[in-house]
Design a protein around this ligand. Structure first.
Ligand code: CTP
Ligand SMILES: C[C@](O)(CO)[C@H](O)COP(=O)(O)O
Length: 258
């Protein structure tokens, strides 16, 4: 069925939505500039295993996910294929690797273009969030299956947030212009889940630079809903995040007894 002729989730009877097929697209083509010099971030080790493999396992851990599309660094697709072959992954899950683009947005679009037609729900998950628990993945899939065109996992903020004007000159202080009500703010994580046709339309329509996929769906005027995220689904962005990720992984391994 083409994207145009596929009924919207709200139009589908419940039993049809229960029979949807879900694929996860993992953008992993970034350099990781904020993490510092080294290999592309997704290929750097966490607990002795590339961060990307943790992210792939996190998606494949959900019984709802039957295909994982990895969007590799543009010149790293062969290396990523070898990595997937070298690590134990669930046999019930299929894997595809495609080369990525200059921006996260472009990489996601390239991943979407590689999706076979039978997948009608798409998760987009940062390789840089290697420790997302499977319950969070399942909660996102369930909410899309229940009819939401776009679903984001998110957590409340611990810090108060200020909106500022840019500094008048480098080194000058930044004037505060507003303090949004913290209770209504959320820090958004991945995987973000979508009705496929909606996400494809968003990527075809929105040309602004955005920092997540759900904001493209917002720009289409469609509903985006939040489900509870998890503190362990944080993004490895700066060096201290890697220290925290190592600690979380070590605690998990201790609790699991290996
Ligand atoms: N051209 C790009 C840029 C980013 N990403 C992916 O998008 C996710 C979130 O991006 P971010 O954490 O910003 O990663 P980087 O772009 O690698 O980080 P930095 O901005 O520090 O370079 C990561 O899994 C990253 O690999 C991608 O697939 N293609
Ligand atoms: C998609 C995302 O992880 C949601 O919080 C985030 O916006 C990615 O931002 P980045 O600057 O590309 O890391």
């Amino acid at each position: 069925m083409s994207d145009e002729s596929r009924p919207s989730p709200a139009e589908m009877p419940t039993d049809t939505r229960a029979n949807t097929r879900t694929a996860a697209v993992i953008p992993a083509a970034g350099r990781g500039v904020r993490l510092g010099p080294g290999a592309p971030k997704a290929l750097r080790a966490l607990g002795g295993t590339p961060m990307l493999i943790h992210a792939v396992r996190a998606m494949a851990a959900s019984r709802g996910v039957s295909l994982v599309v990895v969007v590799a660094p543009p010149d790293g697709a062969a290396e990523v294929k070898s990595l997937l072959d070298a690590h134990a992954l669930p046999e019930r899950t299929d894997f595809l690797v495609v080369p990525g683009g200059e921006t996260r947005q472009e990489s996601v679009r390239l991943g979407l273009e590689a999706l076979p037609p039978e997948y009608d729900i798409v998760l987009v998950h940062d390789a840089a969030r290697p420790l997302v628990p499977v319950d969070t993945v399942d909660a996102v899939i369930d909410a899309v299956r229940e009819g939401a065109p776009a679903v984001v996992p998110a957590v409340p903020l611990a810090d108060t947030v200020k909106q500022v004007e840019p500094a008048a000159a480098p080194g000058e202080p930044e004037p505060v212009v507003a303090t949004p009500e913290r209770a209504r703010l959320r820090a958004v994580q991945t995987p973000q889940g979508f009705d496929r046709a909606t996400l494809v339309r968003a990527h075809e329509t929105v040309t602004d630079d955005v920092t997540d996929d759900a904001s493209m769906v917002e720009q289409l005027g469609l509903a985006v809903v939040v489900v509870p995220g998890h503190e362990e689904a944080f993004k490895v962005t700066r060096p201290l995040d890697l220290v925290l990720a190592e600690a979380v992984l070590a605690r998990r391994r201790l609790n699991d007894g290996f």
